[in-house]
Design a protein around this ligand. Structure first.
Ligand code: FES
Length: 129
């Protein structure tokens, strides 16, 4: 019997999980699959993504409110070509970067689930409240 390797334990700073350095987030964003995010469901994973917004950065659950699927077709590509709005690649819904509100497409008026992140003094993006 073959057993899949467990993902490495997440790197933590206090209670927050280290996602990456801010310089690793491309102009169209960066996606992650977070393992071991739920204490009562250690096998569950959570897809999330970061998008840059000037000197700020935002994190959302990678799940379109229209059909509950991930937004990107190409890896680490979450923004439209103008880099102004988050875009779902499947049916073209557009969401504001700062609050995830859908302004165009089949789920207009609904929002992506925003998640707390902060940038540490050395530029590391930390996930968690
Ligand atoms: S699944 Fe995202 S717009 Fe349809």
């Amino acid at each position: 019997m073959t057993t899949a390797a467990e993902p490495e334990a997440p790197v933590m700073r206090g209670n927050r999980r280290v996602l990456c350095h801010i310089d690793e987030v491309g102009e169209a964003g960066k996606g992650f699959i977070l393992h071991r995010i739920f204490k009562d469901k250690p096998e569950a994973v959570m897809p999330v993504f970061l998008v840059p917004d000037g000197n700020d950065i935002h994190c959302y659950m990678n799940m379109c409110p229209h059909q509950g699927i991930t937004l990107e077709m190409k890896p680490d590509t979450f923004l439209d070509v103008e880099r102004k709005l988050i875009q779902c690649s499947t049916h073209g819904a557009k969401f504001r970067k700062d609050d995830g509100y859908c302004t165009k497409g089949p789920c207009i008026g609904r929002s992506l689930t925003k998640l707390p992140v902060m940038i540490d003094d050395d530029g590391m993006v930390l996930f968690g409240a």
